[in-house]
Design a protein around this ligand. Structure first.
Ligand code: MOS
Length: 756
């Protein structure tokens, strides 16, 4: 947690005026006025443009590139191929941990997937580089592409996600199924999805000897620094990464990708700064995706609708050259009580880029299948889906047997149901129509996401003029980190926000950990909280040991830090300003540092998750099968809410992603070429405003004494998890057609047995 404070009476829950306030984004004006500078907005003097040439086959070898034609093009300065690529200090296919991904950086002529970089053209202008890349006209030796879940041999996955066990068994599933009164055996399929952040991956790289300056969006600055340091054989502190804003990342900017390394290599090769920005279609391959899954459930329940067994088997895909396995079974290990639970996994290797973490990795794909299966089970048992979930409410985490550090899911169900008007919902499907004759359905999904922390650090300073400074390399990726973390910072120092300078977004600052796993506010926030507390503790020591201070001798009673003053806890009339304390001590400033990380004792003893319940209404045209989501209400409990305005916005974003998962998103692969055929934002569907109904997010109160000192859980990803299933269940309730292949589309409804 934080560095130990010498003043034990400084309350760690010293919430000041800022935590909990619905402040607007500190970066809002910069963004709407175009002043926020993203990586690709940088143009250092003498900069060249680099454009990737990418493979149009999925498997084989590059046999020819017309480098001469490309180099002859006016403006082209250099063409980088495996023949002249600068050497790396380490094999890019070396892998030391699950967060390190293998990459294609022109190490040889092998093609592993469609869209893989095969050359880089560097030119004076973007146009010249683009034209040069087209002139390369690669020729290939081609082998058949394997891009479907049935296209290669199945193997048991070694571990899934970030290294959790592939197989988990608790109780006797076969015995539980044998005694069940009701059974569901069903298979669900989820498609490959691509991150599609608004801002494509970009890099502007400039070398100065062995020192490297980079502008690049990153969700994990210190990791990026380490990875680049390893590949180029230089010291991490010689790598300066600026990443003040990200236009989204969703996991794909959490690890270094091949194209970014190629930008750095290109700058090395030509000895000038180089900018490399991916085109939208180039985002479908070398920077990760969510793998497709085929998930089979076998579930049993007794006469009263209590689960007797759940078996969740997940088949997924990875690339031919790396190991990342979508951990879809995780939700099943934590969400519902059952005497027997098993989650198993296997996978197939495909000629695609390597899948990686993508927004609720595993939880999103696993949840839509689990929530659909639970809904099917409730229907088979003849029980209302909400009542069924309450009957199987997990009072402890079922597989681990640990108590929850906090769990206000019952309140989420109750508040969401009341607000939605769930009561009175007909059990049978196809019972409701609106005034225009459209079929109406109501569905429910339980949301869950683990509350984790990475390790992060921060530094705080109080200055003699009464202002404060807090520094941490945190990542503002649209979620509002600048704002929420500054709120924590101001409270940690006991000053007003306008007295605080908050510095963030570069790798030269203390490592703030990773903006991922919905863990950024907790990780960086606790580091900041600790840094502020350590600073205040030093200041308090100065005052309390000085007989000229009104705080002299306050030792046992302790002091509070508020609005730039230290105040005696036993007598609030006795206080002194920070400025006065520092002036008398003859100090220009005083500083402290803090660390945020999970407490192994607490995570060993407790299961830590955020929870929620999402209620959806859909309307389906009985003739056309067109589906519209018309209402979405989510009630979420995620511990301490630092900024309710930003948290609502996170929930809305998550819920819209859930809607997208249920009804829109899918990468369509061409089985012959192995290409993603809809590699653009016109045909890769995500919801637009017209697809998004009235959305509400209810912030359910929850106090968690164990997750960390401020009680913060994550809010970024949980919204996806309940929503996708809620919408799928609402579609069934409207139509009576159970679609088990996502996204649910018109053809599933009008082409099905129970045709509309
Ligand atoms: Mo993420 S997959 O936590 O950006």
């Amino acid at each position: 947690m934080t560095e130990s404070s010498p003043i034990a009476t400084l309350s760690p829950r010293r919430h000041g005026a800022n935590i909990g306030q619905p402040l607007t984004r500190r970066d809002g004006i910069l963004k709407v006025t175009g002043q926020a500078r993203y990586a690709a907005d940088n143009h250092p003097p003498d900069m060249l443009h680099a454009v990737l040439a990418v493979s149009s086959i999925a498997r084989g070898r590059v046999t020819f590139l017309d480098v001469r034609a490309a180099k002859a093009h006016p403006g082209v300065v250099e063409v980088m191929t495996p023949a002249n690529r600068p050497k790396l200090a380490m094999d890019p296919d070396e892998k030391a941990n699950p967060f390190m991904f293998r990459m294609e950086v022109l190490q040889n002529d092998t093609v592993r997937y469609s869209g893989q970089p095969v050359a880089v053209v560097i030119a004076e202008t973007l146009e010249a580089a683009t034209e040069g890349a087209a002139l390369l006209a690669p020729r290939y030796e081609t082998e058949p592409a394997r891009v479907g879940l049935d296209d290669n041999d199945i193997f048991i996955t070694p571990a899934v996600g970030a290294g959790t066990p592939s197989e988990v068994r608790h109780g006797d599933v076969e015995a539980g199924l044998a005694v069940a009164e009701h059974r569901i055996d069903a298979t669900y399929e989820t498609p490959a999805q691509y991150h599609n952040a608004m801002e494509p991956h970009a890099i502007v790289a400039a070398w100065d000897g062995d020192s490297l300056s980079i502008d690049m969006p990153s969700q994990a600055l210190a990791w990026a620094q380490q990875r680049i340091a390893g590949l180029f054989g230089i010291a991490p502190e010689n790598i300066h990464i600026r990443s003040p804003f990200l236009g989204g990342g969703f996991g794909s900017k959490g690890v270094m990708s091949g194209p970014q390394i190629l930008g750095i290599l290109a700058a090395r090769l030509v000895g000038r700064p180089v900018k490399l920005v991916l085109r939208r279609d180039q985002m479908y391959g070398p920077v990760g995706h969510r793998a497709p899954t085929r998930q089979t459930f076998r579930i049993g329940a007794d006469r009263e609708g209590r689960l007797t067994a759940i078996h969740h088997h997940v088949r997924t895909a990875t690339s031919t050259f790396d190991d990342f396995f979508e951990p879809s079974g995780q939700v099943t290990r934590t969400l519902y009580a059952s005497p027997a639970i098993a989650t198993t996994a296997d996978a197939v290797r495909l000629d695609t880029g390597t899948p990686i973490f993508m927004r609720a990795p595993g939880e999103a794909s696993g949840s839509i299948a689990l929530e659909s299966a639970i809904d099917e089970m409730a229907h088979a048992a003849g029980i209302d889906p909400l009542e069924f979930r309450l009957r199987n409410y997990a009072e402890i985490e079922p597989v681990s047997g640990k108590p929850f550090s906090s769990k206000a899911l019952r309140e989420c169900y109750a508040q969401g149901a009341a607000r939605f008007g769930w009561h009175g919902r007909p059990l049978a499907p196809r019972q409701m129509r609106d005034e225009n004759g459209l079929l109406v359905g109501w569905g429910l999904g339980t949301a869950t996401f683990p509350a984790i922390m990475f390790e992060g650090h921060a530094r705080a300073v109080l200055r003699r003029d009464g202002t404060g400074l807090v520094e941490t390399g945190a990542h503002e990726m649209g979620q509002g980190a600048w704002t929420a973390l500054a709120q924590i910072a101001a409270d940690s120092l006991g000053i007003d926000l306008d007295q605080l300078e908050f510095r963030s977004g570069t790798s030269d600052l203390p490592d703030a950990g990773i903006a991922g796993g919905s863990a950024h506010t907790a990780t960086a926030g606790i580091a900041i909280h600790g840094a502020g507390a350590a600073t205040i503790a030093k200041l308090a020591e100065l005052a309390m040991n000085d007989n000229r201070s009104p705080l002299f001798g306050a030792g046992n009673a302790g002091v509070l830090a508020r609005r730039g003053r230290l105040i005696r806890c036993d007598d609030e009339s006795r206080s002194e300003s920070y400025a006065d304390i520092l002036a008398r001590a003859g100090l220009p400033e005083i500083e402290g540092s803090g660390r945020g990380a999970c407490d192994p004792a607490a995570t060993g003893a407790y299961a830590m998750h955020a929870h929620g319940a999402v209620f959806a209404e859909v309307k389906v045209d009985p003739e056309l099968g067109q589906i519209r989501t018309t209402r979405l209400i989510g009630a979420f409990a995620a511990g301490t809410i630092i900024n309710p305005r930003l948290v609502r916005s996170q929930y809305y974003g998550g819920m819209i992603w859930g809607l997208s998962f249920a009804l829109h998103e899918r990468a369509v692969m061409d089985p012959r070429s192995g290409r993603v055929m809809n590699a653009n934002l016109a045909e890769y569907h995500v919801p637009v405003n017209a697809d998004v109904p009235s959305i509400e997010a209810i912030l359910v109160e929850e106090f968690d004494p164990y997750v960390n000192e401020l009680g913060i859980k994550g809010v970024g990803e949980i919204g996806i998890t309940g929503t996708a299933g809620a919408i799928a269940n609402a579609v069934w309730h409207a139509t009576g057609v159970r679609v088990r292949r996502f996204p649910i589309a018109i053809e599933h409804l009008i082409g099905s047995e129970a045709a509309l």
